[in-house]
Design a protein around this ligand. Sequence first.
Ligand code: MG
Length: 271
Amino acid sequence: MKHSYFTFGFLIFLSACGPAVQPCPEDSGIVPEIVREGLEPTSPEATEIYEPVPAKVTPGAPATGFRSAPSDAIVLFDGTNLDAWHMAQDSTAAKWTLNGDGSMTVANRTGNIQTKENFGSIQLHLEWASPEEIIGENQSRSNSGVFIQQRYEVQILDNNDNPTYVNGQVGALYKQKVPLAMASAPSGEWNAYDIVFHAPEFNEKGQKTASGTLTVFHNGVLIQDHVTIEGIIQYIGWPTNEAHGNAPIALQDHGDNSRVRFRNIWLRKLD
Ligand code: MG
């Protein structure tokens, strides 16, 4: 079943201070929680959006090689080892495949990997490539993703001639923000993401006092323009807003032989 923006209905703003009958004082500093009208969705399809489809933008031609990390960056992956990462589920050594060409590849069905270090607001650079040999379609064609603070996924997907729901397409803040454009390199070639993420803030009561924000450039094309992060992404249902602090950056093993490669991953702390 296809859905449009209007499937979500109107958003109404209610207090995060408690039930709707107890609005936040205007000077409380608490961000009103977005509460969507209607019943909580109970299937993945209920939160998929298909129209309008973002315009395709052909990125500029790739340069030879790449520019490595700046002097004040934390290098998360330079092609030599996986030391900054471990398995998300049990913190054992990262099982993904270290290639001999400066890249690593998702090892299918091993699980997500995530950084050993926790991060707050960041500037993040990473490069990824879907394989030239195409297997699967829709969400099962080279699906991976970068989960900032383990909770906010910027989608990685081979969307070349492979339509899917637009709030789950390449560059989407998954099921929250449709990208402004689709700027993928051809399958098999390297893509770059440059991400600016400002973490949400919560007070001692667990109430949100500042929403997170996200900006993403895909191959130099702005695809997320300082968007407000509504909450923690959910595969089924509306975003949620449990309080959390700094957390790892995770890379997704979607479990369907994505064969996505990564290289040149670094970040700069912004807080
Ligand atoms: Mg994904």
